[in-house]
Design a protein around this ligand. Structure first.
Ligand code: THU
Length: 148
């Protein structure tokens, strides 16, 4: 893990990345995934240094399921956080856990520059959210101004 860099409010160094991954792993243990049995954890680092964790929450009506990433993002947004520096995503898969398309769209809404750490068994793949969803639809495509 490299790429120390100053973002608006928080330096996402290797130590912080490790901490974020630990938070994601801890959240993953509590995942509510009785249907898929695929547990996912996410930990979101806000620019003020606070961390919001989430896990996937499934439902017997499958489409009502919410991914770990969106749980973490919506928790943070609902607590008034608006800027995010990084997110770690973990699962039990040996492959780095890649966010689904819907979560990528939500990341683009709030934090296109955010680093996404996709954690696997032996590796961590890191990308900016905007690089996970090229040519994405966004507010710029809409004809009217948005409120915020
Ligand atoms: N899931 C996540 O929570 N995040 C991802 O990045 C991929 C998929 C969840 C949704 C569902 O509960 C289970 O994993 C299987 O798709």
């Amino acid at each position: 893990m490299v790429n120390d860099e100053l973002t608006a409010g928080v330096i996402v160094d290797d130590e912080l990345k490790k901490k974020l991954i630990e938070h994601a792993r801890a959240a993953q243990r509590n995942a509510y995934a009785p249907y898929s049995r695929f547990r996912v954890g996410a930990a979101l680092l806000a620019e003020d240094g606070s961390i919001y964790a989430g896990f996937n929450i499934e439902n017997s009506s499958y489409p009502a399921t919410v991914c770990a990433e969106r749980v973490a993002i919506y928790k943070a947004i609902s607590e008034g956080r608006k800027a995010f520096a990084a997110m770690a995503v973990t699962s039990d898969s040996p492959l780095p856990c890649a966010p689904c398309g819907v979560c990528r769209q939500v990341m683009m809404e709030f934090a296109p520059e955010m680093r996404v750490l996709m954690v696997g068994q032996d590796s961590v793949v890191e990308r900016r959210a905007k690089d996970l969803l090229p040519l994405s639809f966004g507010a710029d495509h809409m004809s009217h101004d948005r409120d915020e």
